[in-house]
Ligand binder design. Structure first.
Ligand code: AMP
Ligand code: ZN
Ligand code: ZN
Length: 432
């Protein structure tokens, strides 16, 4: 035995003897087993981290306030990503992790009404699996394949996918799969805590350490809504999230944890104003229909016996707005077959809004939900890590392609029956 090892063995033996003489503390947590700490010099395999910056337009990288994200883009892969219609948060986050468009996965809006029971309403707080079971998110496929996952927020990550919720109180949940580690969404948990949460998960011993993680930031979207995309407040929010991504990158380096970062947005942001509003009640009698959602698009249901009158008043082109029956929405939107899409969709020209009535007070800010091909709705995509080539810009692609990319990164075979493919990334993946 070499001298240092001999000394270490002696010290260990002395420690064991000391333990044997000291009575154990009563009812305290047991001392951690040696395997409960990550080996400091461990050679770690890359993990995949999917980061969403809500409402981050790709052109925000050109504002001079993103040293970290711009460096990751310059030394990795970037390109404008087209959201799916409608360019809203929940439909697109669910598409990003399922590879399926909203009309197929069933999260067709941020707010939905059950067509069989209009009192049954989906909101961003709904975790009843019934609403979410139309497609399987990547963390369910990963967990099934033995790949541990952890989500520091992502719409739907608090839902037991595949499970059922009893109709009667206390609405017991049975079955279903969530990520091994997930967090209930809470805006009070700030960006530093979120980044530290991810890093703490990666500090775990290999046996309980996630290999696919998500992270979410809402600040850029919030500022975009309140102040508009061109505002200094948005620049400030962009800089803040950029610093958080920097803290993540630095923390990973300090841990010696290689990572493939896939940094995305769900949609962009367009400037809106109370001077650019189409008020539905100026076109059709509001006693004849029920508005389900209003904003960049309005969705509505004619009341019984009122369909013909409402259609006559609304269908077709109007100044700054176009309305369709759900079955006649142009094919490029891939929208309208799902029973949860209300009977009539009225889409505003980008920057305008379709509201039930004219706004009572002057207001300006930003919104999204418009035509998903509008340049203002384009979403950030930056990928960086050992799996990606350096310094490559790819042409615009659809966000349904992110899920197949994630499957490649975590080593799962291509998904079946999804709307996207990894084709946009094949030339920028180092293994290919
Ligand atoms: P949107 O305006 O459609 O972009 O929605 C953005 C908002 O969605 C955020 O400001 C949050 O309030 C909310 N949100 C984002 N993620 C979640 C989540 N996982 N659970 C509940 N609400 C969320
Ligand atoms: Zn959003
Ligand atoms: Zn938003």
């Amino acid at each position: 035995m070499s001298k240092p090892r001999f000394v270490a063995a002696l010290l260990a033996a002395a420690a064991l003897t000391a333990c044997a003489q000291t009575p154990p503390p009563p009812a305290l947590a047991p001392a951690p087993a040696p395997a409960a700490v990550a080996a400091p010099s461990e050679d770690r395999a890359p993990v995949t981290i999917l980061v969403s910056i809500d409402g981050f337009r790709p052109d925000y990288l050109g504002r001079g306030v993103t040293p970290v994200l711009s460096r990751l883009a310059a030394t990795g892969v970037t390109g404008p990503m087209r959201p799916s219609f409608p360019s809203k948060t929940f439909p697109n986050h669910w598409t990003l992790v399922t590879g399926v468009r909203p009309d197929r996965h069933g999260i067709v809006a941020n707010r939905m009404e059950n067509p069989a029971d209009p009192a049954d309403v989906f909101t961003m707080a709904t975790d009843d699996p019934t609403w979410w079971n139309g497609a399987e998110p990547i963390w369910v496929a990963a967990e099934r394949a033995g790949i541990r996952t952890a989500t520091q927020f992502w719409p739907g990550s608090n839902v037991a996918i595949g499970g059922t919720r009893a109709a009667e109180w206390p609405h017991a949940l049975s079955g279903g799969t969530r990520p091994s580690d997930w967090q209930q969404y809470n805006e009070a948990i700030g960006p530093t805590q979120r980044v530290n949460g991810v890093l703490d998960w990666l500090r775990r011993p290999a046996a309980i350490r996630p290999r696919l993680l998500t992270l979410y930031f809402e600040a850029v979207d919030t500022a975009g809504h309140r102040f508009g995309p061109a505002s200094p407040q948005v620049d400030e929010a962009i800089a803040g999230v950029d610093a958080s991504v920097g803290a993540l990158v630095d923390g990973l380096a300090a841990l010696g944890q290689p990572a493939n970062l896939v940094i995305v947005a769900d949609h962009g942001m367009a400037a809106t104003s109370s001077t650019r509003v189409v008020a539905l009640d100026t076109l059709a009698d509001p006693a004849r229909y029920h508005v389900v959602e209003a904003g960049p698009y309005a969705s509505l249901t004619p009341l019984p016996g009122q369909t013909a009158a409402v259609e006559k008043a609304l269908l077709g082109h109007h100044d700054h707005m176009q309305c369709w029956r759900k079955g006649e929405i142009p094919a490029r939107f891939h929208y309208g077959r799902n029973p949860r899409v209300p009977a009539i969709l009225c889409l505003a020209e980008t920057g305008w809004q379709v509201l039930a009535t004219a706004p009572k007070a002057a207001q300006s800010g930003g919104n999204h939900g418009f035509d998903n091909m509008a340049p203002e709705m384009a979403a950030l995509f930056v990928a960086n890590g050992p799996a990606f080539a350096r310094g490559r810009t790819i042409p615009a692609f659809d966000n349904v392609d992110v899920y197949p990319l994630l499957r490649d990164l975590i080593g799962l075979p291509p998904g079946e029956d999804v709307d996207g493919s990894d084709a946009p990334f094949r030339r920028v993946l180092t293994a290919n």
